[in-house]
Design a protein around this ligand. Structure first.
Ligand code: FAD
Length: 299
C-alpha cells in the first residue's frame, strides 16, 4: 500500500486505550499517570480488563467506576464468563449500569489454568455470544466483543471463527476489537473476510506496542497471534539499551498504524499495559494532538 507520510496525516482518527486494573498503590499511581497523559487525546473510550477467573472483579469495577466518576472519558468494563453463574455475571452488569457505566467489552475469557480447555460454569454463559444476549437483557449497553485476525486457537478454521463473530454481532454487539497482530495484511484479509461473511460491524484493530519480544511471545502463543521473525531482528542486541528499545518499539507500531491508516482504518485501540508514552508517541505521529493544542492551532 502506498502509505502517506506521518507529516501528511490529518489527525482525523480516533483512538481508545486499554488498561488493566492495578494491584498495588504504586501500580494505581502508574495507571492514573497514564490516564492523565492520554486523556487530552480525547479517546473515544478507555477500557479496563477483567482477570482470569474473575480474579480482578472488584479491582476492575473500582477502576472503571473511578474513571467514570473522575473523568469525562467513557469507560468500558471487560467482563468474562469464567467461573461465574449467569446470575452472578448479570448482577455485576447491573452494578455497572447503576454506577453509570454504559459500555461492556463482553468476552468468554480464558480457562483459569493455562493450557486447559474452556469449560463453562454449570449455570454460566457458554460463550461470548450468550453473554452479549444476557447483557442486552439487563440494559441497553454499548457492547464490544473480541475478533481474531489470525483466528482464535479454539476455532476449527476461519469460517467457524467468522460464524462465531457473526453470532456475537447478531446478539447485539456494536463492534469488535481485534487481538493484537503484527501484519497489516493479515488484518486487511480478515476485514475483507468479515465483510464477505455479511458481518456489518466495525472491526477496530488492537495495537500492542511491543518493547519486550520474549514477554510478548509467551503471551502471543496463547491467543492466536504470530510474532514474525523480523521482530526479533529489529530488537536484536537492544537488551541493554532501554531507551533505544522504546524508540524502536514506537517506530514499529507507528509504521503498522500508518499502513492501517492507508487501508482506511480510522479507529485504533491501544493495549497500553498501563504505560502512556509509547501509545502517546504513536498517536502523536498519527496526527493526534491534545485538545488544547488543536484548539490553539485552529484559533
Ligand atoms: P468467544 O467469542 O466465545 O469464542 C471463543 C472460541 O470458541 C472461538 O474459537 C469460537 O469460535 C469458539 N466458539 C464459541 N462458541 C462456539 C459454538 N457455539 N460452537 C463452536 N465454537 C464456538 N480475557 C480475559 O480473561 N479478560 C479480559 O479482559 C480480556 N480482554 C480481551 C480484549 C480483547 C480485545 C481481546 C481480543 C481478547 C480479550 N481477552 C480477555 C481474551 C479472551 O477472553 C480469549 O481470547 C478467550 O479465549 C476467547 O474469548 P472470546 O470472547 O473471543 O470468546
Amino acid at each position: 500500500l502506498d502509505a502517506p507520510l506521518f507529516a501528511d496525516l490529518a489527525g482525523d482518527c480516533q483512538v481508545s486505550f486499554e488498561f488493566f486494573p492495578p494491584k498495588t498503590e504504586k501500580m494505581e499511581e502508574t495507571l492514573w499517570n497514564a490516564i492523565e497523559t492520554l486523556a487530552p487525546l480525547n479517546p473515544r473510550f478507555v477500557s479496563v480488563t477483567y482477570g482470569a477467573g474473575g480474579s480482578t472483579r472488584e479491582r476492575t469495577h473500582a477502576t472503571v467506576a473511578r474513571i467514570t466518576r473522575e473523568t469525562s472519558i467513557p469507560a468500558a468494563a471487560h467482563l468474562t464468563c469464567v467461573d461465574a453463574s449467569r446470575d452472578e455475571i448479570l448482577e455485576v452488569a447491573r452494578e455497572y449500569w447503576a454506577a453509570g457505566v454504559r459500555h461492556i467489552v463482553a468476552l468468554r475469557g480464558d480457562p483459569p489454568r493455562m493450557g486447559e480447555k474452556f469449560v463453562a460454569h454449570p449455570d454460566g454463559f457458554e460463550n461470548a455470544a450468550a453473554l452479549v444476549a444476557g447483557l442486552k437483557s439487563v440494559a441497553p449497553f454499548e457492547i464490544s466483543v473480541a475478533a481474531y485476525p489470525e483466528c482464535h486457537p479454539d476455532s476449527a478454521d476461519l469460517v467457524a471463527d467468522l460464524d462465531n463473530l457473526k453470532r456475537k454481532i447478531d446478539a447485539g454487539a456494536n463492534r469488535a476489537i481485534s487481538q493484537f497482530f503484527f501484519s497489516p495484511e493479515a488484518f486487511f484479509r480478515f476485514r475483507d473476510a468479515v465483510e464477505k461473511a455479511g458481518i456489518d460491524a466495525e472491526i477496530v484493530p488492537g495495537i500492542l506496542p511491543v518493547s519486550n519480544v520474549a514477554q510478548t511471545r509467551k503471551f502471543a502463543g496463547m491467543c492466536g497471534a504470530a510474532i514474525p521473525p523480523w521482530m526479533d531482528r529489529l530488537f536484536e542486541g537492544l537488551d541493554d539499551h532501554p531507551a533505544a528499545r522504546q524508540l524502536v518499539a514506537a517506530t514499529i507500531a507507528a509504521e503498522m498504524c500508518r499502513k492501517l491508516y492507508a487501508g482506511g482504518v480510522r479507529h485504533f485501540h491501544f493495549y497500553t499495559l498501563n504505560r502512556a508514552e509509547l501509545s502517546y508517541a504513536i498517536c502523536h505521529l498519527l496526527g493526534l494532538r491534545p485538545e488544547q493544542v488543536a484548539a490553539e492551532r485552529a484559533a
